[in-house]
Design a protein around this ligand. Structure first.
Ligand code: HEC
Ligand code: HEC
Ligand code: HEC
Ligand code: HEC
Length: 437
């Protein structure tokens, strides 16, 4: 199935690739590190880029992997150019609004997400900021396994034991991506960054993986619906950590935890909100349920008792966030919710998905009122349906030209134009998906 959600983004990839000066040939790799090299140090992208390793210009059939990973990344992957964007006008504006002392391209705040920003004491080869988000940011520092992992008989498990991140395990993969795309202790795109001009960073593991130019062999069992499902749990867990941290720190209230359009809407046509009413005191901004609304339906299938435990806790969390005045209660509730969510990672990772499960879950998403709550929740619903539908279209490619795919594609028109989102219209479009199921 064609992933339409990020179609705009894909064009951007081409545009960015076209703007960039021709790729410089990779610097010569340093000598292979001695096998006794301490794990946990960064060797630099040049050390992966030999043509006999991952730097072939064409996929090769010689090994289990494609071997042109470096070229795919360098020429097509936005992560490779992530440092360069820190030189553009938008970055300068963000830095100015945030009153940063240095240029964006010198600020740790920006470098932490836009390149490989590691202390010099952890560098063993050569890491240049210009290299952007290179292999080791996602795959882990290579000093402990780089030389060894091509040896006869060396296993993936041995590499993992020596510092490679096990991206085959979905929860580990999700953790890597969410650290930047959802935010984590050291770095996040909060309301101050957004108000200063930084783009919003929506995320869903499966769709965001599938729109990347793949430098891995396609059709893996750990991609598709399992990735979507585990990604949902991990993203919610990480957002709870972020929320608890906001509430315990100086940054409270943190508006990026709330539904943006509760505050950012016009008063010209405000009547419908007054007709609808508010769950608590009238006129308070709501916690954004974007990471819970769809996950709630998934948890209902995988572990109904967890959902029964979570519903009242999450409702309490939403009330606390919305009232804004008791930050200790926000943090404590977020931590309570997290305790129930944590064991779900393993449960969802172990779950197996058949076509019946997928159809039932799709139907429950199209019926649900909770996913309409704000445009970011609606976006998660659209991404979920797209990911789930890929199971059906893979089995029956004729569906790709049918009403189901068309009706799901239509959802993205609504969530891409965030300012124009209307719950009633989105509900109608969900009904069309249901009818096509
Ligand atoms: C928590 C991680 C994170 C931090 C911190 C961060 N960014 Fe970003 N930035 C992203 C992500 C992710 C995107 C891509 C958003 C998307 O398209 O989904 C992005 C996109 C951008 C873009 C738009 C790029 C384009 O291709 O249009 C600019 C400009 C930018 N960031 C500048 C900055 C600056 C300046 C700072 C520091 C003040 C900063 N960023 C801090 C994660 C981060
Ligand atoms: C943004 C994160 C990211 C970056 C940067 C990145 N990769 Fe990957 N890589 C992945 C993901 C995700 C997979 C798929 C893992 C899976 O599903 O098992 C992958 C898979 C691979 C595989 C296949 C592994 C296997 O088990 O079959 C190789 C080889 C690889 N990457 C090499 C590289 C090299 C070399 C670079 C740098 C030139 C690089 N990657 C940069 C995320 C990344
Ligand atoms: C170190 C932080 C970091 C990590 C880790 C990371 N990303 Fe990113 N990602 C970024 C930034 C920054 C950008 C924006 C780059 C730009 O605009 O030039 C981005 C861009 C993207 C885009 C393009 C978005 C768009 O709107 O076109 C996709 C897709 C993406 N990342 C997926 C992933 C996935 C999947 C993973 C995990 C395997 C991952 N990223 C890991 C920081 C990160
Ligand atoms: C609790 C209310 C509240 C919430 C929720 C909120 N904001 Fe804001 N936002 C504000 C206020 C107040 C300002 C400052 C307005 C001004 O200076 O005109 C602001 C400023 C901004 C600005 C810069 C001003 C402009 O007009 O460009 C942007 C962009 C923005 N917010 C985006 C968001 C996004 C995206 C979200 C959701 C992730 C969000 N806001 C959530 C209250 C809120």
């Amino acid at each position: 199935m064609k992933r339409v959600s990020l179609a705009i983004a894909l064009c951007a990839v081409v545009a960015v690739a076209a703007q960039q000066p021709p790729a410089a040939p990779p610097a010569p790799a340093p000598e292979a590190a001695a096998p006794s090299s301490t794990p946990g140090h960064y060797a630099g992208v040049a050390s992966c880029a030999n043509s006999g390793c991952h730097g072939s210009t064409q996929p090769l059939n010689a090994t289990r992997v494609l071997q042109n990973e470096y070229y795919t990344w360098l020429n097509h992957d936005r992560h490779a150019g992530a440092y360069n964007v820190l030189f553009n006008q938008l970055s300068a504006r963000i830095a100015k609004n945030m009153r940063l002392r240095k240029h964006a391209y010198e600020e740790a705040l920006c470098l932490d997400c836009h390149t490989t920003n590691v202390p010099a004491s952890l560098v063993e080869g050569r890491v240049d900021v210009e290299d952007g988000i290179q292999c080791e940011v996602c795959h882990g520092p290579a000093s402990g396994w780089r030389a060894e992992h091509t040896e006869e008989g060396w296993t993936h498990a041995q590499s993992v034991a020596r510092g490679m991140i096990d991206l085959r395990r979905i929860s580990a993969r999700a953790q890597v991506c969410t650290a930047c795309h959802v935010g984590s202790a050291r770095k996040e795109v909060d309301h101050e960054l957004i108000a200063s001009g930084h783009p919003q960073t929506p995320f869903e593991l499966d769709n965001f993986t599938e729109v990347e130019p793949p430098h891995w062999t396609p059709g893996r069992e750990t991609h598709g619906v399992p990735a979507w499902a585990v990604g949902q749990v991990v993203a919610f867990r990480e957002s709870l950590d972020n929320l608890a941290r906001h509430a315990r720190g100086e940054k409270w209230p943190e508006f990026s935890d709330m539904s943006c359009y509760n505050c950012h809407h016009d008063l010209k046509d405000s009547q419908w909100r007054q007709e609808r009413g508010w769950p608590d005191r009238a006129g308070l901004p709501a916690w954004s349920p974007q990471r819970w609304a769809v996950l709630r339906l998934l948890v209902g299938r995988v572990s109904p008792s967890s959902r029964d435990a979570l519903d009242p806790l999450v409702a309490q969390l939403a009330r606390n966030v919305s009232r804004m005045n008791d930050s200790a209660a926000v943090a404590a509730t977020a931590e309570n919710v997290r305790r129930v969510v944590e064991p779900l990672v393993g449960k969802v990772e172990a779950a197996r998905w058949n076509e019946g499960d997928v159809r039932a879950l799709m139907a429950s998403i199209t019926d649900d009122r909770g996913v309409l709550a704000d445009v970011h929740s609606a976006q998660q619903a659209a991404l979920a349906l797209q990911s789930l539908a890929s199971v059906l279209t893979r089995r029956d490619p004729r569906l790709l030209r049918g009403a189901l795919v068309k009706s799901i594609d239509a959802l993205f028109d609504d969530v891409q134009k965030r300012d124009e989102y209307e719950p009633a219209r989105f509900a109608q479009k969900l009904a069309a998906v249901k009818a096509a199921l």
